[in-house]
Design a protein around this ligand. Structure first.
Ligand SMILES: [Zn+2]
Ligand SMILES: [Zn+2]
Length: 332
């Protein structure tokens, strides 16, 4: 029969050692001799091989560093750590930790204590921010303010939800639209593409030489995004007929005729450079009706208007759209 190699006790054994001896001799975790981390003095990012990890505050960075410094014994599972941090000076933290893990079915604990020394540097993102660094310019151009607002909002949202190394050094209204100076050419290129896919239009990419580094040309890229003057959901007046924009994709717009026979057609956006965009539709009050003869209240002029419904009209609501001095009715 197997017995404990240390004390001769009977099973249960883990690797031929009884539980009591395991508890007395197995150490599940330890710390390296020196705990020294490099942290960004302005954003608390922690330097790790190859990159910087972002943290909301210094304590979180210290805590992450301490936890990742723990050297665990092999063959453990369910490792857990709880820490308490005490700041000794601006560059020193005393960390006490309880570590816990499963070893061959036995739950073991051990206590750790160490002093983390912090060396402060400035991370690449912060130094670039401070230096006004940018790689690319994204120019959004459109004649329509509602389109510009929607596109600009999308770019700001994308920057906000990106890691901090993607940022806008400067941005603001420019002639015919809005400009962004961006920290990454790749991200600027993909943003330009996304704008074109979402809003329609096209992108023009140009480079300018801004210098040389390590024997290579340094180029600054400009992405000129020309967006249409209308959005999906807008109503356009084309040859005295009302169309609704139902889809936009790069160079093409899908339009739906808003009267019988309600046909749909794809058109090149470039053929709609100065489209007649109607104001948003407004509900129309029906004053009276007999068969297909209707008396409507024009919501723009507050005058009654005689109108004839489309043949076999079974709808219930009528909307009005305004362009210039003319009101157009949609029979829904
Ligand atoms: Zn034993
Ligand atoms: Zn930083």
């Amino acid at each position: 029969m197997d017995i404990c190699l240390k004390c001769g006790a009977e099973p249960p054994l883990i690797s031929q050692i009884c539980h009591k001896c395991v508890r007395e001799t197995v150490v599940i975790s330890r710390l390296p001799d020196v705990l020294r981390m490099i942290d960004c003095k302005s954003c608390y990012s922690l330097k790790i091989p190859g990159t910087w990890l972002e943290f909301d505050d210094l304590e979180s960075a210290v805590s992450h560093f301490f936890e990742s410094s723990i050297i665990w014994k092999e063959d453990l599972s369910q490792q857990k750590t709880t820490q308490t941090l005490e700041q000794l000076d601006p560059a020193k933290f005393r960390v006490k930790a309880k570590t816990n893990a499963n070893y061959g079915g036995l739950s073991l604990e051990s206590n750790l204590e160490g002093v983390v020394e912090i060396k402060y540097q400035v991370c690449q993102t912060c130094s670039r921010h401070a230096g006004g660094y940018y790689e690319a310019i994204l120019q959004i151009r459109t004649k329509q303010k509602s389109v510009l607002d929607a596109a600009v909002e999308k770019v700001f949202k994308d920057i906000d939800s990106s890691p901090s190394e993607f940022f806008s050094t400067e941005n603001g209204p420019a002639k015919g639209g809005f400009d962004f100076q961006l920290s990454s050419t790749e991200r600027a290129r993909s943003l330009a593409r996304e704008l074109m896919i979402q809003f329609g239009g096209h992108v023009n990419e140009t480079n300018t030489l801004v210098g040389r580094k390590d024997g290579r040309d340094l180029l600054r890229h400009t992405f000129g995004v020309r967006l249409p003057s209308f959005l999906v959901g807008d109503y356009l007046l084309i040859q005295e007929k009302v169309y609704k924009v139902t889809r936009l994709d790069r160079r093409k717009a899908k339009l739906r005729l808003m009267e019988a026979p309600y046909t749909k057609k794809m058109v090149e956006i470039d053929t709609l450079r100065t489209p007649n965009i109607l104001e948003k539709p407004v509900e129309v009050q029906i004053i009276s009706s007999r068969n297909d003869q209707f008396l409507l209240l024009d919501p723009y002029t507050h005058q009654t208007v005689e109108a004839v419904s489309p043949s076999n009209w079974e709808g219930e609501t009528i909307q009005a759209l305004r362009f210039g001095n003319e009101t157009f009715f949609l029979w829904n």
